[in-house]
Write a protein that binds this ligand. Structure first.
Ligand code: SF4
Length: 317
């Protein structure tokens, strides 16, 4: 599929045959299993000013925190005991978290028997290499939009070229590489979404997170319209066709807009779900976009999620 074809498919009046095909391709390539990942948002300090994000450094209303290594390890231990086998460590671009501290945390979580996914923004080649050698398995860095002009408008602190170079470093260091993008960014078109999908393929992503844009009231994009859940699902389905073996999460943002759509996303190609295990009150403070969050209950949440997945006819893992 090339750009023109992807634009045509995204705009179809009746997308149901594509959903069915994406579901078939998902079943054939990655089976009925739904992987549940535990996500620990360990710091919301960030040096960047991405215009859509509530954590951007210009937002003086954000309540900032940085979890201690002990808190992170304690939370990871609870998640492993609850049955999680992948811990996603996510943060803003926090220069106060040094690679040595991070490396120790990665090593200790690996010893608990869990895989480690890092999602801490753009790191240097040396930092990425260091963390890989300490045992990190995967790295998630969403490219956010493949349109260089739109990227420049939204990201005063970096360029799309730098982002892609960082993704290529991640890949060359043999991390399982993940990227992704948002649907509904102001100024985005179907053509841009097609380019986003093709970039995922070009980067040979093993994971791809595609979620709707949700405006945050304390950002320059406050008041803009949120992304369409239907278009988000269409992009997930096309990502499944382009990357048959990839791990495609149902993003939390989709559930924030519409819980039903989140469940439906499992029928159009998704096979992963991320569950926040970040302790209260940090969880509420990690506000990239506004969301109503329940109190963290690591074991109870896991049991409920497994039940929901079984009710959809899928197998939790
Ligand atoms: S999107 Fe990431 S890098 Fe950008 S401001 Fe938010 S936390 Fe920082």
């Amino acid at each position: 599929m090339e750009k023109k074809e992807l634009v045509r498919l995204l705009a179809l009046e009746n997308f149901d045959p594509i959903y069915e095909e994406a579901d078939r391709v998902r079943r054939e390539n990655v089976g009925d299993t739904v992987h549940i990942r535990a996500i620990i948002e360990f710091s919301n300090l960030c040096r960047r000013k991405c215009r859509y994000c509530g954590l951007n450094s210009a937002n003086k209303n954000a309540v900032r925190y940085r979890m201690s290594p002990e808190e992170i390890l304690d939370t990871a231990g609870q998640a492993v005991r609850a049955g999680y086998r992948t811990i996603v460590l996510q943060s803003g671009e926090d220069p106060g978290f040094h690679k040595e501290t991070m490396g120790d945390i990665v090593e200790k979580i690996k010893r608990m028997g869990a895989a480690v996914t890092l999602s801490c923004g753009e790191l240097s080649y040396e930092e990425l290499d260091f963390l890989k050698k300490r045992g990190a398995d995967r790295y998630l860095l969403k490219h956010e939009t493949a349109d260089p002009e739109l990227y420049a408008k939204l990201h005063p602190c970096g360029t799309l070229r730098q982002r892609i170079d960082c993704l290529k470093n991640i890949q060359s260091l043999k991390y399982e590489t993940g990227s992704g993008f948002m649907i509904g960014l102001p100024g985005q078109s179907l053509r841009t979404i097609a380019e986003d999908l093709l970039l995922l393929r070009e980067l040979d992503c093993k994971m791809a997170g595609i979620g709707p844009f949700i405006p945050h009231p304390d950002t320059p994009l406050a008041g803009e319209e949120e992304g369409s859940p239907e278009l988000t699902k269409r992009a997930v389905a096309l990502a499944r066709l382009l990357l048959p073996k990839a791990n495609l999460p149902v993003t939390t943002a989709l559930g924030v807009i519409d819980q039903k759509e989140k469940e439906n996303a499992f029928a159009c190609g998704a096979n992963v779900i991320m569950k926040k295990v970040t302790p209260d009150p940090y969880k509420e403070a990690y506000e990239i976009y506004p969301a109503k969050l329940e109190k963290t209950d690591i074991i109870g949440d896991r049991i409920r999620l497994e039940e929901q997945i079984r009710q959809l006819g899928r197998v939790p893992a």
